[in-house]
Design a protein. Structure first.
Length: 250
């Protein structure tokens, strides 16, 4: 993966996913928080505190910060700008299956052309989230036209093996640390994460909101959602560097 020449950083992950520890700059990052036993979250996700002060995945109402480590065995990775051709009504395979979806108009995938026109699912194209296919429908995308696709996909068992584990050869960092988790907080922190809504178009200084349960975006950030404002964009995700850079408010 090629990094922006404007920033000194060294990527070591085989698959860019979660929190970029090299570039993230926390104002505060205390490691004494206890994760709820039943919680499931990924490094780089927004988290809340429940009524007993335990860390859970954020529901968008009162985000506490960004988790530094994983408490999950299910992982998603982003793809930005995958280039495919749509011909007739034939389904075209993306590079990955098991795509992550969201709710309502935020359907989890963004399809657009070289001019920047963003197409609408169900109007211009249909998508199989399970199979990872895109099919041209209706008007808007000419037969034989090329489009770009942004999405998040579930890592396969082989990809998880390729990505490796932590010091205990596990992917769940929190459980093996007596349930403790470090949480990045404090206005002015800089967080580089892949836990963002792939349906959105991001620009520098865009205002980000915490994803809500109704949006099916718990733990993720988005634009213009119903959740609390949590930061502004300082780096947009690109094909070579798919991390969203955020200057945090919380």
């Amino acid at each position: 993966m090629t990094l922006s020449p404007r920033r000194e950083a060294f990527r070591v992950d085989v698959i860019p996913q979660g929190l970029d520890h090299q570039r993230t700059q926390p104002m505060k990052c205390f490691g004494d928080h206890v994760a709820h036993d039943g919680a499931d979250f990924l490094a780089g996700m927004l988290v809340d505190l429940n009524a007993t002060g335990e860390v859970i995945r954020s529901v968008g109402v009162a985000p506490f910060g960004w988790t530094k480590y994983n408490k999950s065995n299910s992982f998603f990775a982003p793809v930005i700008g995958e280039y495919i051709q749509l011909v007739g009504a034939v389904a075209t395979n993306l590079a990955h299956a098991g795509l992550r979806s969201a709710a309502g108009a935020l359907l989890g995938v963004r399809v657009y052309d070289i001019a920047g026109t963003v197409f609408t699912e169900g109007v211009n194209y249909a998508i199989s989230y399970v199979n990872g296919t895109v099919t041209r429908v209706g008007a808007g995308i000419p037969s034989g036209g090329f489009v770009f696709v942004d999405y998040q996909y579930a890592l396969t068992s082989q990809e998880l093996m390729d990505r490796g584990g932590n010091f205990w050869n596990m992917l769940d960092d929190v459980t093996v640390q007596s349930g403790k988790v470090s949480v990045i907080s404090g206005p002015g922190s800089i967080v580089y994460t892949t836990a963002f809504d792939a349906h959105q178009t991001y620009d520098i200084n865009d205002l980000l909101t915490a994803g809500t349960t109704a949006e099916v975006l718990e733990g993720y950030v988005t634009i213009g959602g119903a959740g609390l404002a949590v930061g502004r964009v300082v780096q947009v995700p690109t094909p070579d560097d798919p991390f969203l850079g955020i200057k945090t408010f919380i």
